[in-house]
Design a protein around this ligand. Structure first.
Ligand code: CA
Length: 219
């Protein structure tokens, strides 16, 4: 199982990322300051680091430059604040493999993490999720139903993905909302139900089961 280190001092963001990673089958550790982040990344057995820039004790840029010096093979994905292009450019020049601008959707972060892990392991087989007639190729972001290609939007795809990864378990609207739409989305919204409807239309009416009062489940 792949291990991800999350270095982020804002609790709601780090727990949002950790929950999403767990649901997607990754193990993660969270730390909230740059010093322990650096130490963990150097000593721990991690496959990738998600690193915030504004951190207490040691800022993200200093962590990044020490990691690049001492563990250049370890991929680091940087989280930057909205509209701070200078930070983003500087992070990429300092050796970050990728970046996400806050606020972001978990599905997008997950796609980037998968891509970077895949680049580090060229022989790894393509990741495919299958349920009955439905085949989802996670790396190519391609969906086929009974052999026919079906177009899913990024959000539909990430909704189908989280449900399939947690097959047999009921996921609440709040869990789905936070995974697919992000931690800033209005919890009173009915957008999840609307998108479940889109998935049923595209992937088959029996793709998702409604569990009244709780949420949704794929069997
Ligand atoms: Ca921060």
């Amino acid at each position: 199982m792949k291990r991800i280190l999350i270095v982020e001092d804002e609790g709601r963001i780090s727990s949002f990322i950790a929950k999403g990673l767990k649901a997607a089958g990754f193990t993660s550790n969270v730390t909230g300051d740059g010093l322990s982040g650096r130490d963990l990344a150097l000593t721990g057995d991690f496959d990738l680091v998600v690193l915030d820039i504004g951190l207490p004790l040691l800022d993200g840029f200093s962590v990044l430059s020490e990691l690049k010096e001492q563990r250049p093979e370890l991929p680091v994905l940087v989280l930057t604040a909205r509209d701070n292009t200078d930070d983003t450019i500087y992070a990429l020049e300092s050796g970050a493999v990728d970046y996400m601008v806050k606020p972001f959707r978990f599905g997008e972060l997950l796609a980037r993490i998968r891509l970077r892990l895949k680049e580090n392991q060229p022989e790894a087989p393509a990741t495919e999720l299958v349920r009955g007639d439905v085949h989802i190729d996670l790396l190519r972001r391609q969906v086929r139903v009974a052999g026919k290609e079906v177009e899913l939007s990024a959000r539909e795809l990430s909704l189908a993905e989280i449900l399939l990864h947690n097959r047999g378990q009921v996921l609440s609207r709040e869990q789905l909302l936070s995974h697919v739409w992000g931690y800033d989305f209005d919890p009173g919204s009915n957008v999840v139900d609307v998108y479940i409807g889109y998935l049923r239309k595209k992937l088959g009416s029996d793709f998702v089961t409604t569990v009244r009062g709780f949420g949704y489940r794929v069997d």
